[in-house]
Design a protein. Structure first.
Lengths: 209, 174
């Protein structure tokens, strides 16, 4: 009986240890997997749930919608809750459709916006090879996910995004969760579910006109 | 000497006027509650949309605007005599822009009498404040229950228009 309890306790401790984030044991394997996945990836379609946590206010703001990505630089976030709202990034152009009205902006006219767009695309798609040396990256893992912490070096970028945490599924190296911190207490979470890869052919949803 | 009848009519009129006046000056957030409103901004051909979240605190309202995508546009604390900027995106950090926004938020969240009543029709009132660059026109629309449904704020000199309205949540899937 004593032996059985010891075995159970050791098993529980081992399981707890596996669930705790730890430094990535095999960085070479991680980098190879990341590169292979990025090379093969042409498109992503998924559902997403966005939770904006505001520490001062006692409730989270939850939004839902569908996420689309088409290689190289096309992203669409089609919100259905709390209301219909559409964001399309196509290269250097940004389109927002809200309240039945459309706005189109050039992202490359503003260095800061351009950098943010590159960063958001890289993080949502999980293509960390795109992250240049303007960011400091650290890598951890648990039994199911790789956890990548990203800290911008630029003071200007830090004013908007102080840090980012990306959780990549070990099963397919796709982004399960992205958390963007505005400061120590406030952040926005994006959780991606029901993902489909390399099946999107129609470019029309990324049209910016 | 004033007759009793006349005195009664005068008293009732004063009470009615006071009640009507205080009703008009009610802020759009109920004390102790967090209110969410849809915020639309139209400036120079661009239309932006987000959410305005406000809460009354012991020192006054805390108000935050966020884009639907997530990032915070501004986060202010309005005390009785000052505006504390907790965070704010760069283009809005200019003192004149902050002053204008502070006045709008005070009319919205503290006391509507901060802007002078110019015209009143059933379910709608028009208020104005400031001159020149700082001129603001507020159109306030009420629903059948007498609650504020929409506030339209126009800054004609800088061609800026803001609409704050009840957040009518809807889903494409529903």
């Amino acid at each position: 009986m004593k032996h059985l309890l010891t075995i159970i306790a050791v098993a529980l401790m081992a399981q707890t240890a596996m669930a705790q984030p730890r430094k990535v044991a095999d960085m070479q394997k991680f980098e190879e997997q990341l590169k292979t996945t990025a090379d093969k990836l042409t498109s992503i379609e998924s559902e997403f749930t966005q939770v904006k946590h505001l520490d001062m206010f006692d409730e989270d703001v939850v939004s839902k919608g569908r996420f689309y990505y088409l290689k190289d630089n096309k992203i669409s976030l089609d919100y259905s809750q709390p209301l219909n709202y559409l964001i399309v990034i196509n290269g250097s152009r940004l389109k927002i459709v809200a309240d039945g009205k459309k706005s189109i902006m050039q992202l490359n006219s503003n260095k800061m916006m351009n950098e943010m767009q590159d960063m958001i695309t890289a993080c949502m798609v999980g293509d960390l090879n795109r992250m240049n040396n303007s960011y400091e990256l650290n890598y951890q893992e648990d039994d199911k996910q790789y956890i990548v912490g990203i800290t911008p070096r630029s003071k200007t970028v830090k004013e908007y995004v102080s840090a980012i945490e990306i959780r990549l599924s070990k099963a397919d190296m796709s982004v399960d969760q992205l958390r963007m911190y505005e400061n120590d207490a406030d952040y926005t979470d994006y959780r991606f579910t029901n993902k489909r890869f390399n099946q999107l052919k129609d470019e029309s949803r990324f049209s910016v006109q | 000497m004033m007759s009793r009848g006349l005195l009664k009519i005068l008293t009732i009129s004063i009470i009615w006027l006071a009640a009507a006046h205080s009703g008009l000056a009610q802020p759009i957030i109920a004390p102790g509650k967090t209110a969410r409103h849809n915020l639309q901004v139209d400036a120079r051909g661009n239309h932006l949309s987000g959410m305005m979240i406000a809460r009354q605190t012991a020192n006054g309202p805390r108000v935050l605007a966020t884009s639907y995508f997530g990032p915070t546009i501004f986060d202010f604390s309005l005390t009785p005599d000052s505006l504390k900027v907790n965070s704010c995106v760069e283009p809005m950090r200019r003192p004149k822009a902050l002053q204008l926004l502070e006045r709008d938020l005070r009319v919205l969240l503290v006391d509507r009498n901060g802007a002078k009543l110019k015209k009143q029709t059933p379910g709608k009132e028009l208020r104005k404040s400031g001159t020149g660059f700082a001129k603001s026109v507020y159109t306030i629309i009420y629903n059948a229950e007498g609650n504020v449904e929409q506030v339209l704020i126009k800054h004609p000199w800088i061609r800026l228009r803001m609409t704050v309205e009840e957040l009518k949540e809807g889903s494409k899937d529903s």
